[in-house]
Write a protein that binds this ligand. Structure first.
Ligand code: PXG
Length: 463
């Protein structure tokens, strides 16, 4: 690192790091002026289990598993060792020139075994965004090859998150992201999300599920089914605020996709690898997707890698038509990332983390979170597996928000949580929680105790 006098700084102190951060580093999704006003970033220096530690030595319980990704928890020496061995043997080789590496091939086979059925073919990328871009390009190419060149439109949902690339933002339903860069690109449509607390409050679950699913059918009919390529959705929307769909919603959506021959793409970037108590969220909902995208938990965030799993008939058609898929990234199937992902899957299996979420810690988490319902400002607590949300409202029993606009109370509560030693995120007025799958009952109790205390403090601040 270069200091002001040109010398290399080997171990700059925290204050200097924060100074350099403000001077040179543009962190993701930030208001760079506000960052300056707030004095820069918190420097995270190490992590172990479910805890992260900052440069001041403060321990913070990581209620977000990094960024919805560190499923096996921090400090897994064997993942470091596997990476080291692979780096020494073959750090990199590409998959463009009819070349492959052992970890890449083994990981593809491993993933295909986990997804099963027709989902037998795996295309690798580096991020969830790229996995979805891959799905986007592949689905359009597929319909061209099938001679249905009109089938170009993707339908997604408002408030979905599918990434930050041009196609990722377009497929996503975040209006603030669309507003920058003139997005979405043409050919992407959005329908209502299955967010009962926000958009179907007081409606029966069955009626709301039908209404939300039927919005998809109505849009398909309006556009003309022959023009719709695919529907993409997260089984449970994560970044949108942990939207757990009402019973029956996905079943109906799956049936609508089949009825009109629309490809179903499940974005498993957050739900995959045990989060909902199954390997994948689509399995929880009994869906049969044509394409499945995954990232995050695939390597527990230890190294960047993502995958687009493609069903057999799609690949069969590419073969039959003798068509080259002009798509790929330098690091598609990166052997070191693949080796780490393979070992990560092995850890999840060896430790029975998926069943643990379904049968033990998931239900424990659900019960513990429900204790927060005693607060007057908690409108709803919901969870599935190890993902959960707490809705902050002005008055329990309603869905009315604090202040003049949405998003007043959420950040206040989040900041109290962080100050009290718990990392969580606020999505407007929804606190979202997504801890590592290894979290212990005692750590869940601590997580809930901090939320409890922080709710009391936030209530006083918002009064
Ligand atoms: N799909 C889903 C469902 C995601 O959650 C992506 C795709 C994109 O993955 P990459 O690896 O390209 O970031 C994601 C990522 C947030 C937040 O604010 C969530 C994500 C990323 C950044 C911030 O909760 N999810």
């Amino acid at each position: 690192m270069q200091s002001r006098n040109g010398r290399v700084e080997t171990e700059p102190g925290t204050a200097r790091l924060r100074e350099l951060d403000l001077a040179h580093h543009l962190p993701a999704q930030q208001n760079y002026r506000l960052m300056q006003a707030l004095g820069g970033s918190r420097i995270i220096t190490r992590a172990e289990g479910c805890y992260i530690y900052d440069a001041d030595g403060v321990a913070i319980l990581d209620g977000m598993a990094g960024l919805w990704c560190v499923n096996v928890g921090y400090g897994r020496a064997e993942l470091a060792e596997v990476a080291r061995a692979q780096l020494l043997q073959l750090p990199f080789y590409n998959t463009f020139f009819r070349t492959a590496t052992a970890p890449t091939v083994m990981l593809a086979a491993r993933i295909a075994a986990l997804t099963g059925g027709e989902l037998q073919h795996v295309f690798f990328s580096n991020s969830g965004s790229e996995a979805n871009d891959t799905a986007f390009r592949l689905a359009r190419h597929y319909w061209d090859l099938r001679g249905q060149r009109q089938r170009k439109i993707f339908i997604s949902r408002w408030n979905a998150y599918h990434g930050s690339t041009v196609a990722g933002v377009s497929l996503g339903g975040m209006k603030l992201m669309h507003a920058q860069g003139d997005l979405p690109i043409p050919g992407v449509e959005h329908v209502m999300q299955p967010y009962q607390f926000g958009d179907g409050f007081g409606e029966s679950e069955a009626a709301f599920a039908a209404r939300a699913a039927d919005a998809l059918e109505q849009r398909i009919l309006k556009l003309g089914p022959e023009r719709v390529a695919a529907f993409i959705g997260e089984p449970v929307q994560g970044a949108g605020g942990v939207i757990i769909p009402p019973a029956g919603y996905w079943e109906r959506v799956g049936a609508i996709c089949s009825k009109y021959g629309v490809l179903l793409i499940c974005d498993e970037v957050i739900c995959g690898f045990g989060r909902l108590g199954r390997w994948f969220g689509y399995q929880h909902y009994g869906l049969r997707p044509d394409i499945v995208t995954m990232a995050k938990g695939l390597s527990s965030g230890y190294l960047p890698i993502s995958a687009t799993v493609v069903s057999h008939p799609i690949v069969e058609l590419l073969r039959e038509k003798d068509s080259e898929f002009f798509h790929g990234f330098t690091y598609s199937g990166h052997p070191t990332c693949a080796a780490v992902a393979l070992r990560n899957i092995e850890i999840i299996e060896r430790e029975g983390l998926v069943a643990r979420v379904a049968n033990e810690i998931g239900p424990y988490f659900t019960r513990a979170l429900q204790r927060l319902r005693s607060h007057a400002m908690v409108g709803e607590v919901r969870s599935l597996g190890l993902i959960g949300a707490v809705e902050i409202v002005r008055q329990a029993g309603t869905n009315l928000r604090f202040g003049d606009k949405e998003g007043t109370a959420g950040p206040v509560l989040r900041d109290r949580c962080i100050a009290n030693g718990l990392m969580v995120r606020a999505v407007r007025d929804t606190i979202v929680i997504c801890p590592p799958l290894i979290i212990t009952p005692a750590e869940v109790d601590r997580l809930v105790a901090i939320l409890d205390q922080s709710l009391t403090e936030a209530a006083a601040l918002l009064a």
